[in-house]
Write a protein that binds this ligand. Structure first.
Ligand SMILES: Cc1cc2nc3c(=O)[nH]c(=O)nc-3n(C[C@H](O)[C@H](O)[C@H](O)COP(=O)(O)O)c2cc1C
Length: 182
């Protein structure tokens, strides 16, 4: 059992990273092997819409760090995508990752069944302010073939580490982690 986390915030030690780490902690407590990647440190190009993937069993023609990530996802049972809310949406780093998941879409037999969880940190203190966007993002990941088992949102985060004071959010994170590992 392996669970991997992808962090779409450029801030190391930021709220997104803390929540993804906490989910991984929950998964690890349930016996999963875990690994975390910061998307900001990886070279991930935008999808080129070349459609190479659709006639080559989900293989992406773009040779960058996403190749390593495809392999990680293939070898994992679940992954977490964490992102700060930037301009009402996920960060650019998280969006590049998401678009590139178009390649393996439809080739689940080859890539194996992988579930997922989504994590968002937002400055707005109203937790419902991006509900519609977050629900549609959840649908995107379900459609891509990665059944979303949990969504974690922390609202009212400004400085890196604000979420550390939120015991309810951290508790929910560990519960999602346990669920991903089972
Ligand atoms: C470029 C940029 C755009 C942002 N846009 C929004 C936004 O639209 N809505 C919001 O609630 N917070 C917004 N924020 C605040 C972040 O979502 C918030 O501070 C979050 O905790 C950052 O996560 P991190 O600590 O993991 O980097 C924005 C921050 C930045 C830097």
């Amino acid at each position: 059992m392996k669970v991997v986390g992808f962090v779409g915030s450029p801030r190391e030690g930021g709220n997104t990273e803390i929540m993804v780490e906490e989910i991984l902690k929950g998964a690890s407590m349930s016996g999963a092997e875990t690994e975390i990647f910061n998307l900001n440190k990886l070279n991930i190009k935008p999808c080129q819409a070349c459609m190479h993937c659709k006639s080559n069993e989900g293989e992406c023609a773009t040779d960058d760090d996403m190749q390593k990530i495809y392999k990680e996802i293939m070898e994992s049972d679940a992954f977490i995508l964490g992102s700060p809310i930037y301009m009402w949406q996920m960060s650019a780093q998280a969006k590049l990752f998401t678009d590139r998941l178009y390649a393996p879409m439809g080739f689940e037999e080859k890539f194996g069944k992988t579930s997922s969880a989504l994590v968002f940190s937002q400055g707005n203190p109203d937790i419902d302010s991006f509900e519609e966007y977050i629900n549609s993002t959840k649908e995107v990941f379900n459609l891509l073939g990665y059944t979303v088992k949990g969504v974690l949102i922390s609202a009212g985060d400004q400085s890196p580490g604000d979420v550390k004071n939120k015991d309810d959010v951290l508790k929910k994170a560990r519960e999602i982690g346990k669920d991903l590992a089972n």
